[in-house]
Design a protein. Sequence first.
Length: 184
Amino acid sequence: MNSTDASDEQLLEAFARGDDNALGELALRYEPPLLGLACGLLGRDRSLACDAVQEAWVRVIRGAAKFRGESTVKTWLYRITINCCKDLFSGRTRRAQIEANETNGSQPSAVTPDPDADQRRRRIHAAVQALPLDARALILLCYHNGLSHAAAAEVLRIPIGTLKSRLHAALTELRNRLESEATP
């Protein structure tokens, strides 16, 4: 079977048996979305996000043989990446560094023909970054990474009802932040 035709689970199993190419195929599939998730959780600090994703792959390498299939490989990878981000975030005083980076203009800027759209994007990004890490993870998984509620609940190892109530609270907090910023 061609590795590009193999399921994620087949690739992880092949890697656990010693096929390094199988891990390479998983990395090709998941590196970009994992890096995007890590960047979102860590305030667009690409260097720190790369560290988190690299640590996630180290944990995957160490744990591949122990994977029991209680979740999909995709949700397992997302969960590991979130845990790595939490470890990095809690191990440093990141909030002050993130705020300093954003006020110094060191975050990447997209060229947008519509200045109003660019301003809205910056306001939303800042409001999301101001949320607690757990709330940010919920929003990024469901809206940035496009996971279904069931898949996001699996990643976070919480019941779907809990996910929905926490997501509702996170969105309410985000909406309140945006509205309070808009009113003079």
